[in-house]
Design a protein around this ligand. Structure first.
Ligand code: CTP
Ligand code: MG
Length: 236
């Protein structure tokens, strides 16, 4: 297989707080982005990785990937990203390998994704699915709320049945033509936070496979603490 993987890494990481762009913040001394690219390079089905970097960091990202022994020798492209995640992925799509019929999209902010998750997503697309998302059962009860009142309190509207809810991770996998069509038809600024959501919007069918706790997204400061601990635990 010669799948390509797009790694959106152009976000600023506002919820993580002040500092370098999130993808360049380090875990165990290595930028999160490099961890994510290493994992994709280790997956045998991935032939090319397209990193979508903050525009002002493209040269630095190129240099740090060239210098990394876990990445060296792999077909890794670096392209500048856009104003939102959707635009960054669209820009990454233009640099996917011509012969890749399968495209994965994997957040740089999920640096510790196990190789097994990557391979199972590719396998599900190869087996015929148009779009595949790795998911985990939701552990918190989730409520839908309305607009906040003057004191900031939000009225609870209802409580969806938790047993049918799933939290969605990356890598998400796609038949390339399906992902391209979804991005084309959505236009810029769709109120959608993942690529599979765009496919759903375009009427495509998305299936879920089992994700992994290690594929969690580093979003807030506590996630960095957790990621450092997991990395230290993993390398003993
Ligand atoms: N991303 C991107 N281009 C953007 C915005 C986000 O490539 N313009 C990427 C991020 O770098 C990240 C992934 O999309 O790898 C998931 O987004 P998120 O976790 O929301 O990261 P940020 O947008 O950087 O964080 P925040 O929303 O807290 O600012
Ligand atoms: Mg964001």
């Amino acid at each position: 297989l010669n799948a390509s993987a797009i790694v959106p890494a152009a976000g600023r990481g506002e919820r993580l707080g002040p500092g370098a762009p999130k993808a360049l913040r380090t875990l165990g001394g290595v930028p999160m982005l490099v961890h994510a690219v290493r994992a994709l390079c280790r997956a045998r089905s991935i032939g090319r990785v397209v990193v979508v970097a903050p525009p002002e960091e493209v040269a630095d990202v190129r240099a740090m990937l060239d210098a990394d022994r876990g990445v060296e020798g792999a077909d890794v492209r670096v392209v500048p990203g856009g104003a939102d995640r959707q635009e960054s992925v669209r820009l990454g799509l233009d640099a996917v390998a011509d012969d890749s019929e399968i495209v994965l999209v994997h957040d740089a902010a999920r640096p510790l994704v196990p190789i097994g998750v990557i391979e199972s997503v590719v396998a599900a697309v190869a087996a015929g699915a148009d779009a595949v998302v790795p998911v985990l059962p939701v552990t918190d009860t989730v409520k839908r709320v309305g607009p906040a009142d003057a004191d900031g309190a939000e009225p609870v509207l209802d409580t969806p049945d938790r047993s049918v809810l799933r939290a969605v991770q990356t890598p998400q996998g796609f038949r390339r033509a399906v992902l391209e069509k979804a991005h084309r038809e959505a236009g810029p600024g769709a109120p959608i936070t993942d690529d599979a959501g765009l496919v759903e919007l375009a009427g495509g069918r998305v299936v879920a496979v089992r994700g992994h706790e290690h594929a969690f997204k580093v979003t807030r400061p506590l996630d960095l603490v957790f990621a450092e601990a997991l990395l230290a635990h993993r390398s003993v």
